[in-house]
Ligand binder design. Structure first.
Ligand code: GCU
Length: 466
């Protein structure tokens, strides 16, 4: 009898465990075996970028993705740089036509109907949705120092933005940020915020690299000498720049260490969220004119700068440096970097999971929106699209694709009473198109914004003047 009871209990336990396991798996929208309804202090899931990428593909029922081309022009699978093959999907989505086919003819229709449609498509298919009820950030001034930068007296505050992690204390996020203003300013000053590059401790640089990196800050005295300030946000303190980090940082904190759903935000939106929180701080700092804060970034941070500018309408101006694919460049273009590269396990974390579809069963021509509409989301605020010379920078960032997107955003600027680029023809390298509210210039250098700072400052002056 006793034996029968014991066996019965054991069987019951096994069945219960089995049912629980089934329940956990079927209810789990993340495609992992970690129960969602687990204790809030379940440790963060650890996946490599490749594992997480494969997990997203499984959720999308995709077996394989097309491979992107190589950035090496001598490789067998080099990215296309032949303009005659660059526009396989010449028809762009019309930023001024509603999904139901009606033409958008008034600013009111843009704000109330069309812009929300465009935003919804970027949220659901490209950059992902920022969760509601994000934790608050408490800004702490760590130090204040007086210094001179190229003989200009300046005051620098170093800050940490502590993100409230009371909902999931196993992860913490502290945003690294600094603000520098001219010491002799008579009142609140305009500020340019940059997404700053950092190198891991101990990172070994060659002399040439060191020189280049040192020169990257040469724009700062230019800004100070105009009487403006500058601020540096370290994006990787908000969210790591890789897929393995997606269960950490702000994205991981909000998901309580679980992997992303298909339309959850990607790293670009997380970085942009960090910039918005830094702007919250700047708007409380009496040395800053909170209505005149711009955002700048290069390359992946150029993409982040454009996303920031598009989504947070408090940013007054954007300086978008060599942002290429996933930034100001038309995703439909077959020139330089491709959707397939961004959808790969090296870069997919910038976007939401749904974006992978466009490198699998779907093609870039199926994307509901394209980069010109991201630029249009910045309207009517001024935006400067910057790139280098293809002869120095190469073709990866596709200058022409960025120019075309800037042109195609024009109708929205015009509808809102602003000026477009002023031409539909790409000018020679070095030409500054800065008379309208969308600006464009290819400088003579490489993968940097530095040579375009003087032109950008001239453009920004119009808006930062009292
Ligand atoms: C790679 C990537 C680009 C990115 C760049 C960068 O080249 O393919 O999309 O902009 O890195 O950030 O430096």
């Amino acid at each position: 009898m006793k034996v029968t009871v014991k066996i019965g209990c054991f069987a019951f336990l096994l069945i219960t465990l089995f049912v629980c396991q089934l329940f956990a798996q079927s209810e789990n929208p993340y495609g992992t075996n970690t129960p969602v309804v687990a204790d809030s202090l379940t440790p963060p899931v650890r996946l490599t970028a490749r594992q997480d990428h494969a997990r997203l593909m499984k959720l999308l029922n995709i077996d394989s993705l097309r491979q992107g081309p190589s950035g090496n022009p001598n490789a067998l699978n080099a990215a296309n740089s032949d303009e005659s093959k660059a526009n396989p999907y010449p028809g762009l989505p019309d930023p001024l036509r509603l999904n139901n086919g009606r033409k958008v003819t008034t600013p009111e229709m843009w704000w109330k109907l069309r812009r929300p449609e465009i935003e919804e498509d970027f949220d659901g298919e490209i950059y992902g949705r920022v969760p509601k009820n994000l934790p608050s950030v408490h800004w702490e001034v760590i130090s204040t120092t007086k210094d001179t930068i190229k003989n200009i007296p300046a005051i620098t505050k170093k800050l940490l933005g502590h993100v409230d992690n009371s909902s999931y204390s196993l992860l913490s996020v502290d945003i690294h940020f600094s603000l520098t203003v001219p010491a002799n300013a008579q009142g609140p000053v305009p500020v340019m915020m940059e997404f700053g590059f950092t190198f891991p401790p101990g990172f070994k640089m060659t002399d040439t690299m060191k020189k280049f990196v040192d020169s990257m800050s040469n724009w700062q005295p230019m800004v100070l000498s105009k009487g403006w300030g500058f601020a540096i946000l370290i994006p990787t303190s908000v969210q790591e720049d890789n897929g393995a980090g997606l269960t950490k940082g702000i994205i991981g904190l909000v998901n309580k260490g679980q992997p992303r759903k298909l339309d959850d935000w990607g790293t670009l939106r997380a970085w942009a969220w960090g910039a918005s929180r830094a702007l919250d701080y700047l708007q409380t700092d009496s040395s800053v004119d909170g209505k005149k804060v711009g955002i700048e970034g290069l390359s992946r941070y150029g993409k982040a700068a454009l996303v920031t500018m598009a989504y947070d309408q408090r940013f007054a101006i954007g300086f978008i440096g060599s942002s290429g694919e996933g930034g100001a460049k038309l995703l439909r273009r077959n020139f330089g970097e491709q959707v397939e590269n961004i959808a790969s396990s090296y870069e997919y974390h910038w976007m939401c999971g749904n974006f992978l579809k466009y490198a699998g069963p779907l093609v870039p021509g199926d994307l509901p929106v394209d980069a010109h509409e991201l630029i249009a989301m910045c309207a009517p605020r001024p935006v400067f699209i910057s790139c280098g010379s293809p002869a120095v920078e190469g073709n990866w960032v596709d200058d022409k694709g960025q120019f075309m997107a800037a042109v195609a955003a024009g109708p929205v600027y015009r509808l809102l009473g602003k000026k477009d680029l002023g031409t539909t023809e790409m000018p020679p390298v070095g030409t500054a198109l800065i008379d309208g509210d969308i600006a464009f210039r290819q400088h003579h250098g490489g993968h940097t914004t530095l040579p375009n700072w003087p032109t950008f400052i001239k453009f920004a002056e119009r808006y930062f003047r009292d």
